[in-house]
Design a protein around this ligand. Structure first.
Ligand SMILES: [Fe+2]
Ligand SMILES: [Fe+2]
Length: 183
């Protein structure tokens, strides 16, 4: 059982990083002229949109960042403004990746380089974003929020998971766990 909301976020980061590691390996494969299955890449797009953005960034933005702002942490500047900006950048990069996947699915030889290039910025963004959250956001949250706030935010996170579907949540974690084998 998770003790705090940031424990939940940090556990989810591990799954996002597993997907990023698989993308790095897939990029190397493509750059050596190899192929990766477009259907699996489409699922990666779906993982990034559903698990990483809707479930994970959704909890951060709607609940944690909102409560931190209420407690006096500025929503612009460092760290919240920077993190929000990176969420936005991530959405744009996933959009470009999704388009590159479809171009590659249509024509592998001409789509291969574009696909590899579309995955590189994602593989750079997520680890550095997650580092900031684990090492700056989490400790700051521990200082700013009192015990009642922590309980409130943890309850909200659990409610979000129930609302969006615990099964779906687990399904995507299983996907992240096994992705290395299928890319
Ligand atoms: Fe984030
Ligand atoms: Fe995060």
């Amino acid at each position: 059982m998770f003790k705090s909301a940031t424990d939940i976020l940090e556990a989810e980061h591990v799954f996002i990083l597993k997907v990023v590691a698989a993308l790095v390996a897939a990029t190397e494969k493509l750059e050596k002229g190899g192929d990766v299955p477009p259907e699996t890449l489409r699922q990666v797009v779906e993982f990034l949109r559903t698990y990483a953005d809707k479930f994970h960034h959704g909890k951060e933005e709607a609940h944690l960042f909102a409560l931190l702002e209420k407690k006096g942490v500025p929503i612009s500047g460092c760290p919240l403004g920077a993190l929000l900006h990176e969420h936005k950048t991530g959405r744009a990069l996933v959009g470009a990746f999704a388009e590159a996947v479809e171009a590659y699915a249509k024509d592998r030889p001409s789509g291969r380089a574009r696909l590899a290039e579309s995955m590189k910025p994602l593989a750079e963004l997520y680890p550095s974003h997650i580092w900031k959250e684990d090492y700056l956001l989490s400790p700051m949250t521990g200082k700013v929020l009192n015990e009642a706030d922590q309980k409130e935010i943890l309850d909200k996170f659990i409610a979000v998971e129930k609302e969006l579907g615990e099964d779906l949540h687990r399904k995507w974690e299983q996907f992240a766990e096994n992705l290395g084998k299928s890319l």
